[in-house]
Design a binder for this molecule. Structure first.
Ligand code: HEC
Ligand code: HEC
Length: 395
C-alpha cells in the first residue's frame, strides 16, 4: 500500500474543517454568489413548472414508482425498485449549505480562488489545488491517479470539486468526518498538522498581496483558519447545474434528445442506477462495493473500511456525483475505466467479482441500444458552462 501524501491530506483537511464547522441545517441563500455563479442559477421555480416536473418524472420512470412530494422541494419524490425506496433525482436546490462560522462569504470568494490556484500552498511551490482539480477537466484530474509533491503517484483518482458543497462527507472513503467532529479536528492538533501548516502560513504571510487581503477580509495576518475558510468559500461557488437534464425536468420537453430521455427511464428503472445515484446531486452519500478492479500503485484499497472498521465496508467507496461526469474521465476511485461506455458495461455485468459485493448490484441484461441510451443520459448531466477566468496571483 502506498502512503498518502500527508501534506496534501493536511491541506485537504484544513478546507474541510471549515466546511464542517456548523450544523447541517444551516442553509443560507446564495446572496454571496459572484457574477459567474449568478449566471448559472435559475430563478425561483414557478408552481407551473413544478407540476410539469412531476409529470415529466412520472413518464420517465420505467419500472420505478414515483410519489410526488409537496411542491417546492427539489427533487420532489421517491422511486421504488425491488422494494427499495430512494429519493428521486432532480434539479439542485437554489441554496447550498454554508456554515454559520464562515459568514461574510462574498469577501472570501476571490481570495479563496487565488489560494485555490496558487502552487505556493504546496511544499515545492508547484502544485495547486487546480493541478488535480482542474477547471479544464471538470474540476477533476485526467490522470488515472494523482501525482503529488515530488512526483509521487497517489493511489486514488481525484474527484471533481463540482458540487462538493452538497456532499455530506468528503473523499472516496468519507474520512472527512461529521460537522461536530470536524470542528475540533486535525487543524487544531499540533501533533498531526502543526508543522506543515505553520510553514504554509509563514510562506503566504510573506506575500504582500495576501497580507493585505487577509487584513481586509479577516482583519488578521495570514492564518490557517482563514486559508481554509476562503478556499471553502470559493469551492462552494464551483457548481455544476442547469444541465440539459435540469431543463428537461423543469418542463422544457425538447431540451433532452430522445436517446437521453430513454436513458433517464432506464436510469430510474431497469438499469437501477438511481438506487445509489439519487437526490439532486446524483449520490446517496453512502458507500458501496462495486467490485471495481484495483489498478494503479495500491495492491488493495479497503476504502470505507479504513474509516469505519466495519466488515461490510471493505472495498466500499462513496457514490460519486454524476453531474458533469462526461468531463471527468477517468472514472472510479482508482481511475480503472477511461470511458462512460466502460463504466456502463461494467455495471451491466453486475459489477466485478468481490466477496463483499453490494447486494444492490446484479446483472442487468441491457441491450447495446440501452447501454448507449444510458451514456446519452449521463452526457445530459453536464452543467451549463461556467464563465471562468484565472485569478491574478498576489506577489
Ligand atoms: C496532488 C493532487 C491533489 C491536489 C494538489 C489536491 N487534491 Fe483534492 N483530491 C485529490 C485526490 C486524489 C482526492 C481523493 C482522495 C481520497 O479520496 O482519498 C481528493 C479529494 C478532494 C475533495 C473531496 C471531493 C469528494 O467528492 O470527496 C475535495 C473537495 C478536494 N480534494 C479539494 C481540494 C483542494 C481545495 C485542494 C487545494 C487546497 C486540493 N484538493 C488539492 C487530489 C488532489
Ligand atoms: C450499488 C450502488 C450503485 C449502483 C446501483 C450504481 N452505481 Fe455508479 N457508482 C457507485 C459507486 C460506489 C461508485 C464508485 C465505485 C468505486 O470507485 O469503487 C460508482 C461510480 C460510477 C461512475 C464513475 C463516476 C466517477 O466520477 O468516477 C459512473 C459514471 C457511474 N457510477 C454510473 C452508474 C450508472 C450509469 C449506473 C446504472 C447503470 C450505476 N452507476 C449504478 C454506486 C452505484
Amino acid at each position: 500500500m502506498v502512503a498518502r501524501d500527508e501534506s496534501l491530506d493536511r491541506i485537504h483537511e484544513s478546507a474541510y474543517n471549515v466546511r464542517h464547522h456548523s450544523k447541517e441545517s444551516n442553509r443560507v441563500v446564495h446572496k454571496w454568489f459572484t457574477q459567474e455563479v449568478i449566471s448559472m442559477l435559475r430563478p425561483v421555480l414557478p408552481l407551473r413548472s413544478i407540476l410539469l416536473l412531476s409529470f415529466a418524472c412520472a413518464f420517465a420512470t420505467g419500472e420505478g414508482l414515483v410519489h410526488a412530494s409537496p411542491a417546492g422541494h427539489a427533487p420532489h419524490g421517491t422511486v421504488t425498485i425491488d422494494g427499495v425506496t430512494v429519493p428521486d433525482i432532480g434539479p439542485l436546490p437554489t441554496t447550498v449549505p454554508i456554515p454559520s462560522s464562515n459568514l461574510n462569504y462574498t469577501a472570501k470568494i476571490e481570495l479563496g480562488k487565488q489560494l485555490y490556484f496558487d502552487g505556493r500552498l504546496s511544499k515545492n511551490n508547484a502544485i495547486s489545488c487546480a493541478f488535480c482539480h482542474n477547471p479544464g477537466t471538470g474540476f477533476a484530474d485526467s490522470r488515472q491517479t494523482s501525482i503529488g509533491v515530488g512526483g509521487g503517484i497517489g493511489g486514488r483518482q481525484s474527484p471533481t470539486v463540482f458540487n462538493t458543497a452538497f456532499n455530506h462527507v468528503q473523499f472516496w472513503d468519507g474520512r472527512a468526518r461529521s460537522l461536530e467532529e470536524q470542528a475540533i479536528g486535525p487543524i487544531h492538533n499540533p501533533v498531526e498538522m502543526a508543522e506543515t501548516h505553520e510553514h504554509v502560513v509563514t510562506k503566504l504571510g510573506k506575500i504582500k498581496g495576501y497580507q493585505q487581503q487577509f487584513r481586509a477580509v479577516f482583519g488578521t495576518d495570514v492564518n490557517l483558519q482563514g486559508i481554509a475558510e476562503a478556499i471553502a468559500a470559493y469551492e462552494r461557488t464551483v457548481l455544476s447545474t442547469n444541465s440539459v437534464f435540469d431543463k428537461y425536468v423543469l418542463g422544457d420537453q425538447k431540451a433532452m434528445d430522445e436517446a437521453a430521455v430513454r436513458g433517464l427511464a432506464l436510469f430510474k428503472g431497469k438499469a437501477r442506477c438511481i438506487l445509489c445515484h439519487n437526490g439532486a446531486n446524483f449520490t446517496d452519500n453512502q458507500f458501496h462495493n462495486l467490485g471495481v478492479p484495483q489498478v494503479g500503485p495500491m495492491k488493495e484499497d479497503l476504502g470505507r473500511f479504513n474509516v469505519s472498521r466495519a466488515e461490510k465496508d471493505k472495498g466500499a467507496f462513496k457514490t460519486p456525483t454524476l453531474r458533469s461526469v462526461a468531463e471527468t474521465s477517468p472514472y472510479m476511485h482508482d481511475g480503472a475505466f477511461k470511458s462512460l461506455e466502460e463504466v456502463v458495461e461494467f455495471v451491466d455485468q453486475g459489477g466485478g467479482t468481490n466477496s463483499n459485493l453490494s447486494p444492490l448490484m446484479k446483472p442487468l441484461n441491457l441491450t447495446p441500444d440501452e447501454k448507449s441510451d444510458l451514456v446519452a443520459f449521463l452526457k445530459a448531466l453536464t452543467g451549463e458552462p461556467v464563465k471562468f477566468s484565472m485569478p491574478q496571483l498576489p506577489k
